[in-house]
Write a protein that binds this ligand. Structure first.
Ligand code: EPZ
Length: 427
């Protein structure tokens, strides 16, 4: 297993190109199942999760062709075509590896009238059930049966019928599955308390580009009028707001100045507000956002919530940065029940953090010290990299496959702005 070795201390300066958004790519790719025409996605990030999803689509009968990128360039083009659905089964070994695989459920139901998808099972950051996905699909007439760890779903008479569903809890994935199912259902569907993340808007934009009829994008009330069929198109994946926010924290924790090329301010207002509350200077220009540290980091009180609130996917990265703030910060993780696994590892780097249930108090320290630490999940591993960038001495982050799921060519991007960082292959 690879690890990432870092020698901390450099103030990072320069430009970081922001890649296509992982959490948009993983909901745009299954849209290929909704038509027998070609769907081409541009600006796809080169990530393990994108490759895993591509392999799953292949198993379902989707042909995929990827155009490479030149060295130093980012963003691949992938053309997919689901001429015929060869299989409607998403097996356990695929879903276990990547829970976003459940996002084939809605489109397969919509296109083929049936789907058998493994229940995703547990996850490091929380239980993460898919009950809301299933309830939303049932409101569209799907018949759902749970057997032997699998969801067996079918559309009576082969086609879903529009219906209304109100989400008791905001769920990104359940909203995405419902959207991809409703777009080919007969009649009108209304989703209430739907997720409003920019990745949902990206999905709605793609579905409309494919001929879908959707209004209310960006709001919690989505109205979808089903159509008979969708056509292919070419669509560019939105930039990754979480990657951009993560590198903004790298500027903060190292006392540097980073230009996030391609970052879109409207996708990340809560993150930007927190960064400026922390004392960072933000400059907006036509190529992106420049984030510069200006003296001490100020402590913060932060609570995660669905968009447009402060993103749960930014919590671990902010915690790492706030370890260097001049004072005590208060964090509350309201979305997932176990998203503090980076804390024991940060403590090994001299962080001083107290956890009380879903709340964390981060006592700022003058210095972090390098150590060998273990990545446990995607965003936790980024928080360890951030701490290593600022720590005195050397840090080695093990199990770096977690990072590869969500950060494209991280060591290349960070080396280019002055970090002493390299990937090491273990054996
Ligand atoms: C998406 O996960 C993202 N993943 C997550 O990013 C992100 O943290 C999360 O949304 C919240 O923004 C992708 O887009 C691939 P949810 P998702 O359904 O859809 C509960 C990352 O680091 N819930 O919005 O799985 C759930 O347990 C990843 O990039 C149910 O109870 O999240 C959680 O407490 C991590 N029943 C809350 O809702 C359900 O059926 C929000 O989950 C579904 C969810």
């Amino acid at each position: 297993m690879d690890s990432i070795w870092i020698k901390g201390g450099a103030r990072l300066k320069g430009e970081i190109p922001i890649s296509g958004a992982k959490n948009a790519a993983l909901t745009l790719m299954p849209c290929a199942l909704l038509t027998d025409e070609k769907l081409t996605l541009a600006n796809l990030p080169r990530l393990a999760d994108v490759d895993t999803f591509s392999h799953l689509l292949n198993q379902l009968g989707v042909s995929t062709k990827v155009e490479g990128v030149k060295p130093g360039e980012y963003g691949r083009r992938m053309t997919m075509r689901a001429g015929d659905i060869a299989s409607t089964i998403a097996p356990y070994d695929m879903v276990r590896k990547m829970r976003a695989s459940v996002l084939v459920l809605g489109p397969m139901l919509a296109r083929a009238g049936e789907a058998t998808v493994s229940l995703p099972g547990g996850c490091a950051i929380g239980d993460r059930p898919i009950d809301l996905h299933l309830k939303a699909l049932e409101s569209l007439g799907a018949e759902i049966e749970l057997a032997a760890g699998y969801v067996k779903a079918s559309a009576p008479k082969g086609r879903l019928s529009g219906g209304d569903f109100s989400f008791p809890v905001v769920s990104v994935g359940a909203t995405e599955n419902a959207l991809m199912a409703a777009v080919l259902a007969t009649g009108r569907t209304q989703l209430f308390n739907a997720a409003r993340e920019p990745e949902i808007v990206d999905l709605c934009n793609l579905l409309v580009a494919m001929g879908g009829k959707i209004t209310g994008m960006g709001s919690g009330h989505l109205v979808i009028d089903g159509v008979e069929r969708l056509h292919g198109t070419t669509y560019e994946v939105m930039p990754d707001r979480i990657e951009a926010g993560s590198y903004a924290c790298a500027a903060g924790i190292t006392g540097g100045s980073l230009d996030l090329i391609g970052a879109r301010p409207d996708d990340m207002r809560a993150t930007l507000h927190a960064l400026s509350q922390c004392g960072l200077i933000l400059e907006f220009h036509d190529r992106g956002i420049r984030v510069s540290a200006d003296g001490d980091l100020k402590p913060l009180a932060l609570s995660t919530s669905p968009f447009p609130g402060f993103a749960t996917d930014m919590q671990a990265q902010f915690m790492a940065m706030l370890c260097r703030a001049s004072g005590d910060s208060f964090l509350e993780e309201t979305i997932f029940e176990n998203r503090y696994m980076h804390v024991p590892e940060l403590r090994r780097m001299n962080a001083n953090v107290d956890i009380h249930g879903r709340s964390a108090i981060v006592h700022g320290v003058d210095t972090m010290t390098g150590a060998t630490v273990m990545a446990t999940d995607l965003r936790a591993s980024m928080s360890l990299v951030l701490a290593g960038l600022a720590a005195e001495g050397e840090t080695e982050v093990l199990r770096v496959y977690h990072l590869d799921r969500g950060y494209e060519r991280l060591e290349e991007k960070l080396s280019a702005v002055g970090a002493t960082i390299e990937r090491r292959s273990a054996g």
